[in-house]
Design a protein around this ligand. Sequence first.
Ligand code: NAD
Length: 360
Amino acid sequence: MKPLNILSIPGDGIGPEIMEATLPVVEKVLTDAGVSYEIAHAKLGGQALDEYGFPYPDETKALAQAADGILFGAIGGPKWDKMPRHLRPETGLLAIREDLGLFANFRPATIYPELVSASSLKPELVSGLDILIVRELTGGIYFGKPRAIEEREGERVGFNTMIYSESEIRRVAQVAFDAASKRGGKLCSVDKANVLEVSQLWRDVVEEEAKNWPNVELTHMYVDNAAMQLVRAPKQFDVVLTSNLFGDILSDAAAMLTGSIGMLPSASLDVNNKGLYEPVHGSAPDIAGEDKANPLACILSAAMMLRYTFNLSEQADKIENAVSKVLAAGYRTGDIAGQEVGEKLVGTREIGQQVLAALS
Ligand code: NAD
């Protein structure tokens, strides 16, 4: 069998530290399972700007296009904040997502029993929480044209276009129905169909697609109500499907329900389940190089890669179980510490080594 083709892009800030803790975990589960793999390395964002003068250089593009699964740390930092927009680290991330056609963004919001008290909500509201937000990532108002700021009748006017084609809605809906069919069997599609035509089409197409998924219970919710329900009674949701803009906002709100941004993985997939896997957090320049970063979101992103791109659910489970064991044993990085007695405060390297040890 062809070896799995994995690309590692550590990025900037804490990216290299969390990647250093993650790769040995991936290598161990694959080696233990007798699966052959190759891991290439590439630069994106600030590091790439420094070396190549572009945030998404051709060298990285070629490796990214050839890879099946891409594991990414984070990009950005104050050093590059004043660069023009096309030479900003973030432009590199948008470019790779667009180049690879990564239209479906998966953001699970799962809470570990040991971290329930880190949530801003009452324990009974979040205990056992397990939501998956599926966000459309390459369309909608973030990419729609026309878009501009221009002069009209003596004043500046800014405008963007919220646009979705039927096929864009259908392909992300299919991914979300499929995910719901493999989880709790419930899909809530979030839109603003009472006001926006683009949302009415969204709702119509999702309804049509539902006929192909008789085992999934479909509901619809307006985005304003969804925001309220997420903080009122989040456990009512299983899978949430929504557009680029609404998903951007709702997934951050869902992330905070779990208490720590250092625990949240994500996946962005193309039509063939090729994917870019990354923690939800940024490059945390305030703690970079200090061995303080929590690598668990990156490690859990690697587990998602094994599950969604490589169909290695058993190996993904092994990584997730190892993370649970490490938390249950009381190991904590600073961002998740201070909840319980008997915790052991450790750094990035040590918690990574504990996950590795828990795999044995
Ligand atoms: P951030 O997520 O980097 O940091 C926010 C806060 O959370 C900081 O206090 C940080 O120390 C903490 N934090 C984040 N990840 C952590 C981890 N793994 N362990 C422990 N603590 C952690 O967000 P920000 O400060 O708004 O942005 C910093 C830089 O990251 C900016 O340049 C921004 O553009 C970039 N950014 C990149 C991505 C990405 O690469 N996908 C996403 C968001 C922000």
